[in-house]
Design a protein around this ligand. Structure first.
Ligand code: NAD
Length: 727
């Protein structure tokens, strides 16, 4: 066996040590599944073996399925029956393990997730080590799946339906101490003592039957249709779940169904139920979209798939940040947390200090919650220097400007910084809308000028959009990507354009909401349908958050830049009315499309009643389906335009950018996966209908129409074209 080392001692105890070669962590590869099955068979049939310990030869126990393998294996199997048989294989190996008549103990020496934890649950005894950072959990729901190796049935039988469901539907992992408290492991021992502890149990207390295979077994807390507590949990739980997921995510519902249906059946039948639901999820586009974008593509982006090969990796040790406002302060904070020295510069030291205070209060919150020691917080804060003097920028490998969104101001700070920093330092702009190529005109060395676009709030948002201007060189791209990786954020690389990719597409979402408002669509309908469709915030609420004033400012700037070419939309009039006449400039000023009253927070937030007066609702309201389509299609079509114009050069970047940048619903896999899941032909036909009814912004670009006619797809075309690494 290549992935399991099996040694039987004189005492008859076999130690199975999992070590999947060529992998930094153990994962369920097809080879491992075969080896495990062979090992279990030997355990069951070799009379010399009296019992077994399962552990790992690596630092972690086993981190779950290899999702790339899983999708590939699945794609080779075309019908549900084949997929079902294949899924049953692993589950049956574990069932054989727990019913083979010999006691088996899991010595969990580190993190055990997904299929890894499922092996442990099938053992008769589980002892884990208290290694820091080791976690145990069933996180499959996070990529649209559920445990398929008996996890739903065993965990609920061990700790009760409600606690098990909470863990599995949230995909939450826990430290060994909490697992012990919850009752799904039996003991926690210091690292290195786990195998001895497992052997000890085998020698002294060995049991070779699971509680659920004993006569008269009852699930802790009860189960079944006649059990009031269980029925209550199911009914309330299901309703809450549907509210939370708006019927967009099938996995949590499948998990609940599998647990409830399985809970009244003997184990073997219950496992069949689990597989039935598991296969239904694997066959649905949601899990495959989520796996591709949230796991495979994001993983590749985090490993800097888009980075030019040269120059070699260069870390930023000293970062300059110009402008200590909302964005600059946030960028300074995350850089200091990542270990960089930060020079935070504003027009005055006082303003720069206000930016540092932002970092201070974020750190205080972390210390207050016990997530950081006061000493560590102080060290981070110490790394931030505040100043109004450009000379302090000397020695910075990278300077990012986050001053006002104004070309002249940006040009001035670029020149002042370049006069101080070295020739090979990189200068970046955090502009959200101004084309990089134009801003680079103020630079003496435009090959070292690049866009590094953060999202607000910087400390929370995981994405960074790196923008390549016409003159930007490879060194700048490489340095920018290395820097994003230092911050442990996810980068996408896009080419220059007004609003680049994310602000541009996000902008059409916000404008579609305002356009509907202007047409007399009930604002509550707009906002609620958006959230039901899976957008984190309705288009009117999000425009309030960005600020109507900023949107209006961008609109004016765009009009000025484009001149005759500018195409007005009804949203323009809405913005003008709110900013110029009504003075309702957004959430920061306490009034926008919403009122922000008492109590502060979500409960005090209400749609402004005056909306009805300014935009009387039309007698005939559109269907929910039309509102939903308008809001999602408008973003997907703008994405297709970005791909046609080569602003975005790979569908994976578009998908990652949409999900992690502005919260396009994760169940879709992103704007491109959304089009592909609808089917290109159907998508184009539907967009034509929307264009006819609501306007030309729904007209799809020619490239998409041609692709649809030829039966092609974005991902298919990207696979045959050159690799994603080419920017
Ligand atoms: P802000 O108004 O909060 O901060 C701007 C800061 O720049 C202020 O502290 C100001 O004093 C300082 N400043 C102005 N002129 C300066 C100069 N000549 N020298 C030094 N400092 C100067 O603005 P913000 O929201 O932090 O936005 C900053 C930049 O980031 C803008 O380009 C904006 O488009 C972009 N951006 C904003 C967001 C967002 O959500 N707010 C998101 C992404 C990008």
């Amino acid at each position: 066996m290549k992935t399991i080392d099996m040694q039987t001692g004189a005492d008859g105890i076999a130690v199975l040590s999992i070590d999947v070669k060529d992998r930094s962590m153990n994962v369920l590869t097809p080879e491992f599944l075969e080896d495990l099955s062979a090992a279990v068979e030997r355990l069951a049939t070799d009379d010399a073996i009296k019992g077994a310990v399962i552990t790992s030869g690596k630092e972690s126990f086993l981190a779950g399925a290899d999702l790339i393998d899983l999708v590939e294996t699945f794609e080779q199997r075309t019908n549900a029956r084949e997929v079902y048989e294949w899924c049953r294989g692993y589950q049956q190996t574990l069932r054989r393990l727990e019913t083979c008549g010999k006691p088996v103990a899991a010595a969990i020496n580190g993190t055990a997730l997904g299929g890894g934890l499922e092996i442990c649950l099938a053992c008769h005894y589980r002892v884990a080590t208290d290694r820091p950072k080791a976690v145990l959990g069933l996180p499959e729901v996070q990529v649209g799946l559920m445990p398929g190796g008996g996890g739903t049935q065993r965990l609920s039988r061990l700790i009760g339906i409600e606690p098990a469901l909470r863990l599995i539907t949230e995909g939450r992992d826990v430290a060994p101490a909490e697992a012990l408290q919850l009752g799904f492991i039996d003991a926690v021992v210091p690292a290195g003592e786990e195998v001895a502890a497992a052997k000890n149990w085998l020698r002294q207390h060995a049991v070779s039957e699971q509680p659920w295979d004993r006569k008269g077994f009852r699930i802790p807390g009860g189960a079944g249709l006649m059990n009031p507590a269980a029925v209550q949990t199911q009914m309330v739980g299901m309703a809450l779940l549907q509210k939370k997921t708006s019927h967009n995510y099938p996995a949590p519902v499948a998990i609940m169904s599998a647990v409830y249906e399985g809970s009244v059946l003997p184990m073997d039948k219950a496992l069949e139920i689990e597989t039935k639901y598991f296969v239904s999820l694997l066959m649905s586009p949601v899990s495959r979209n989520m796996i591709r974008t949230l796991f495979v593509s994001k993983g590749a982006a985090d490993k800097l798939v888009r980075r030019p090969k040269r120059p070699k990796r260069r870390e930023v040790k000293k970062l300059g940040v110009l402008g200590a406002g909302m964005m600059g302060a946030g960028i300074g904070y995350v850089a200091a947390v990542a270990g960089m020295k930060v020079v935070l510069l504003d027009t005055t030291v006082e303003k720069a200090s206000a930016g540092k205070n932002h970092a201070r209060s974020l750190l205080e919150q972390r210390v207050g919650k016990g997530r950081m020691t006061a000493d560590d917080a102080a060290a981070i804060l110490d790394r931030i220097t505040v100043t109004g003097n450009y000379d302090e920028l000397q020695g910075c490998e990278l300077v990012i400007e986050a001053v006002f969104e104004d070309r002249k101001v940006k040009a001035a700070v670029t020149a002042k910084a370049e006069a101080v920093i070295s020739q090979d330092a990189i200068f970046a702009s955090n502009t959200s809308t101004l084309p990089i190529t134009g801003l680079a005109e103020a630079s003496e060395r435009p090959q070292h000028f690049i866009g590094i676009h953060f999202f607000s709030p910087v400390e929370k948002m995981p994405l960074v959009e790196v923008i390549v201007g016409e003159a930007t060189g490879d060194i700048a791209v490489a340095q920018a990507l290395d820097f994003v990786q230092q911050l442990r954020k996810t980068p996408i690389v896009v080419n220059d354009s007004r609003g680049f990719y994310t602000s541009r597409v996000f902008g059409v979402y916000s404008r579609e909401g305002m356009t509907m408002l202007a047409e007399g669509v009930n604002p509550a309908l707009i906002e609620n349908v958006a959230k039901n469709a899976g957008m984190p915030v309705g288009p009117l609420a999000v425009t309030d958050e960005v600020s109507l004033e900023l949107s209006y400012h961008i609109l004016q700037q765009t009009k000025e830049d484009l001149g005759e070419a500018y195409v007005a939309t009804p949203a323009d009039g809405v913005l003008r009315l709110f900013v110029e006449q009504l003075g309702r400039k957004g959430k920061r000023t306490g009034a926008g499309f919403y009122d922000y009253g008492e109590p502060a927070g979500p409960r005090g937030k209400r749609l402004w009643p005056g909306l009805m007066e300014h935009f009387p609702p039309a007698d005939v309201q559109p269907t929910k389906d039309d509102v939903r389509k308008r809001l999602l299609y408008v973003q997907a079509i703008e994405t297709a335009r970005c791909l046609e114009e080569k602003v975005v050069t790979h569908p994976a970047d578009a998908d990652i950018g949409s999900v992690f940048g502005w919260g396009f619903p994760p169940y879709t896999g992103g704007t491109v996966s959304f089009i592909e899941t609808e089917g290109l032909r159907r998508f184009v036909a539907e967009a034509d209908r929307l264009a006819e009814k609501y306007g030309n912004r729904f007209k799809v670009p020619d490239s998409l129409r041609t692709m649809a006619a030829n039966g092609a797809t974005f991902y298919g075309a990207a696979r045959t074209a050159k690799s994603r690494s080419a920017a």
